[in-house]
Design a protein around this ligand. Sequence first.
Ligand code: GDP
Ligand code: MN
Length: 370
Amino acid sequence: MHLDALLIVAIGLALVHFGFPLAYYCYLKRWLNKPWDVKRDPGYKPRVSIIVPTYNEAGLVEAKLDDLARQDYPRELLEVIVVDSASTDGTPEKVEEWARRNPGLKLSIVREPVRRGKAFALNNALKHATGDVVVITDVDARWGSANTLSNAISWLGDPSVGAVTCLKKPAGRGVAGVEEGYREFYNVVRLAESKAHSTPVFHGELATFRKSLLEELGGFPTSIGADDSHTATMIALRGYRSIAVDNAWCVESVPREGYHKWRVRRAQHLVQHFATTLRHLTKASSGLRGVLLPETHLHLFNPWILAVTTTILLYLAIKGSLTTLTLLALGTMLLAYRPYRTWITTQLYLVIAAIRNLWTREIAWSKQEK
Ligand code: GDP
Ligand code: MN
């Protein structure tokens, strides 16, 4: 009798765990097909400062700068600031050499004597930025085409937009199956959230902010790994739109080794971001709350519902419940189905991330080869 009640609880929790994101996804799908209510202006050409943070990127930094130099944005309105945090592999020297070969692009290097993390470095670079718009881009990210930057900037032509990010295509030799499934799904989510109001997850491949708003916020948060996402969310909480747009695509590199470690670190950063966002939820407008509330739940609480469900089912299975054994076998067999497998692994990363955040926040993480 007691065990039957436990089984009903477990099934109820499972329904909540899977039903909540499905309901949210259906809600978002409705937004996806609606037209944008912000108006992009391709003629809007502000002065732009592109900040490239580097830590031991000697292998990739030149290709990155080549990629930036290919952009069709007017040269006279563009500056690149590389901020290097005490790289030991000669990254700044590579950048200097590149600058000598490419005098047409305004480029400066900010060198930090000690490494304190990416956000610290971004804040340092920010002091030197002269643009009205600041763009952050990671060294291992490639922009899709020569007009990626122009396209992203054009959305800031609407004064209600405060921040813009790209959508992502995965590349590299990581666990490609899981990574691709994960991307398709999340691109839909990011875009639909942006149409509804704002997306709380920004991408380091291309994150664009009005500088005046960054200054109001006092720069990037240095104790939250997902500095770009959190900044975008704080901007949205001030009433501006922080959006991901479907005419700016970036290719992200997936590490060749240590894929799971990478996913856990990124999940840790997101958990830090949403745990802080949770405290500001009451300030959100109703449109923004419609995104932040479910996203906060999905990142902070929903994974634990699955963990509790699984624990109960395992307990009941040990107690000899045949129904439970059947359910567990079914759940395991379903792992052959990619979207389900992708979902379950993501939940696992989020649970591990929350636990790991208790002793390390991974603000200055070890570099992984891409
Ligand atoms: P991931 O995309 O989350 O895997 O993070 P990466 O390791 O690729 O780092 C993102 C970007 O930040 C890359 O361009 C790194 O070189 C850079 N980066 C990471 N840590 C630091 C740091 O401590 N200082 C600076 N200046 N850049 C950093
Ligand atoms: Mn990266």
